[in-house]
Every structure is written in C-alpha cells, then in structure tokens.
Design a protein. Structure first.
Length: 147
C-alpha cells in the first residue's frame, strides 16, 4: 500500500462527522420514559458521550497498533480482544460521565441508561474499526491484522 495518508484523513473526517452529528447518531431510539433525551440534550451529554466514544475507540486502536505492536500479538483474535475490551469499557466510562447530569436533576433512568449503553457498544465498535483502518498502516508489526 503506497499512500496511507488517505486512510488517516478519512478516519479523522468520519470521526469529526460523528461528533458533529452525535445527537442524530446516538439518539435513533426514543427511550422509554420521557425526559432521558431532554436531560442529555440540555446538558450537552450527547457531545460528551461522542467524545468519550471516539477517544476510547482511537485509544484502543493506538494501544493495539503502537503500544502492544508485537509480532506475537499480530493475529485477528488479538485485535478482536482489544476491540472487546474497548467496547465493554466505553459504556462504563460514559455512564460515569453522564450519570451526574441525571443525579443533579433528581432523575433516575436506570433502564434507559442500560439501553443507551447497549447501543453505545455498537457505536464504539464502529469507532474502533474506523480508527484501526485509519492508523494500522504505520504499525511495524500489527499492520496486517485483522486482515
């Protein structure tokens, strides 16, 4: 692969678009009780979740391709293991960031938070995959995984 820069540019562009359209992407489902979306929207929660999701996705990919970067760890299942760790950690970090918004307003949206976190699993996986294909080309040992 000769020119690797377009992959990085496309990955950054997709990430910026995700952040710009975070409300539309993170709010496709109208959650059970009235008010969950309003609290997130009024407190800029969607942008916070988008930034955390992007940061975790890009950080997970960077850890795999540049921190670990081992020829012994250059298999698709190792890449998948880092994806799973990233995908599982991100909703917890997002929960810690947005739960005070609901606590400050005296509201409890437990089931809605679980549903939102579950949807965020998928969004985080996409962010990790985009980041992986954006930065993997400069890795000295892991550039061939996942394929």
């Amino acid at each position: 692969m000769r020119n690797k820069l377009p992959f990085l540019i496309v990955g950054i562009a997709l990430s910026v678009l995700f952040w710009i359209f975070s409300v539309e992407i993170l709010d496709p489902i109208r959650y059970g009780r009235q008010g969950f979306n309003d609290v997130l929207f009024n407190n800029n929660g969607y942008s916070i979740v988008a930034i955390i999701t992007l940061a975790m996705g890009w950080a997970g990919a960077a850890v795999y391709y540049y921190l670990i970067n081992s020829a012994a760890f250059d298999r698709w299942w190792h890449w998948l293991a880092i994806l799973v760790v990233t995908v599982v950690l991100t909703p917890f970090v997002c929960y810690l960031a947005i739960n005070p918004m609901f606590a400050n307003e005296g509201k409890d949206f437990g089931p809605e938070m679980v549903q939102f976190g579950t949807y965020n699993l998928v969004v985080t996986a996409v962010a990790y995959i985009v980041a992986s294909f954006s930065i993997k080309w400069w890795s000295s040992n892991c550039r061939h995984s996942p394929f």
